[in-house]
Design a protein around this ligand. Structure first.
Ligand SMILES: Cc1ncc(COP(=O)(O)O)c(C=O)c1O
Length: 294
């Protein structure tokens, strides 16, 4: 069962945080070991829609290491809904990696397509009639709708700024749609040159939305999944100082961006910052043992 009971809101104290700035982290990573972080929020209304419309199942897309693919498989299993995952790149010698093996064990039918076919695939619905299509990364209006619930798990209107990591922008859109008017929402893209996100996010916002929000593009650390020794050191130090594990692709870069912004004097005195821990910890399994201290 996926339940919000495991999620915690934790005070976030580090050596570089001045006394006049307060921070806390919303630990969505604790929601479920396999449907971790923001994934369930993006999936829940998609699954509900597939059920309500009597769809044959869920059809979704992702790369071989996609957190979204593994999470969709488990969420569909719990909902007793068949699911098919279109996987970018051919299968390697019939050997599945950990993510895909877990997805298959949970009942997902895996279909491998070449990168070119994946890029050109616009007809999932024609090839799989009756399926409810969830785009890569859970990026659709129903995904954003689920993410609107993130800020109501705990009282959060006392926060002045809310920060999250950005891949497709779905989570950010849900946060913007549900924030209070006095709050400022900041998205940190983990991809390089991701200025297209401005439109992707805007397209998912409620009409007449007036929340202040922005994407800060300078914190991708070299690009998607690029990791430097500085990032690894930072993640280890954050864990030592706060007891909070972060991941190398999303949340480590989010917290590093937060530190850089604090050091640049971005936040006025008495700011109260909420950091969203969107999960992704299983991505750390791609590192050799011992690189991270947790
Ligand atoms: C762990 C983690 N955090 C953040 C994100 C980014 O979320 P979004 O795609 O909604 O921007 C993702 C991608 O889905 C993710 O796997």
């Amino acid at each position: 069962m996926i339940s919000y009971n495991n999620i915690t809101l934790e005070s976030f104290q580090t050596t570089w945080l001045p006394e006049h700035i307060h921070a806390a982290m919303l630990r969505l990573d604790k929601i479920h070991p396999e449907v971790s972080g923001n994934k369930w929020f993006k999936l829940k209304y998609n699954i509900a829609a597939a059920k309500a419309n009597n769809n044959t199942g869920i059809l979704t897309y992702g790369g071989a290491y996609s957190n979204h693919i593994a999470a969709t498989a488990l969420a569909c299993k719990e909902a007793a809904l068949p699911c098919t995952g279109i996987i970018r790149g051919e299968e390697h010698n019939g050997q599945l990696n950990h993510t895909l093996q877990t997805a298959e064990n949970n009942g997902m039918k895996l279909v491998f397509v070449s990168r070119e076919d994946y890029r050109n695939d616009k007809d999932g619905e024609t090839v799989y009639p009756g399926y409810h299509v969830v785009p890569e990364g859970g990026h659709n209006a129903l995904g954003a709708k689920g993410c609107e619930e993130i800020l109501s798990i705990f009282p959060t209107t006392n926060y002045t700024h809310i920060l999250c990591a950005v891949g497709t922008g779905t989570t950010l859109a849900g946060l913007i749609n549900s924030a209070a008017p006095h709050q400022q929402i900041i998205g940190i893209p983990v991809l390089k040159g991701a200025q297209y996100l401005e439109k992707e996010v805007t397209d998912l916002l409620h009409p007449n939305n007036t929340t202040r929000w922005q994407l800060l593009y300078e914190h991708h650390g070299g690009g998607y999944a690029k990791k430097s020794p500085a990032l690894i050191d930072f993640i280890n130090t954050i864990y030592k100082e706060t007891g909070i594990p972060t991941d190398i692709i999303y949340t480590g870069k989010l917290v590093m961006a937060f530190r850089d912004l604090v050091q640049q004097g971005y936040f006025p005195a008495n700011s109260n910052i909420l950091l969203i821990h969107s999960g992704g910890l299983q991505g750390n399994l791609s590192l050799p043992p011992g690189v991270l201290s947790f």
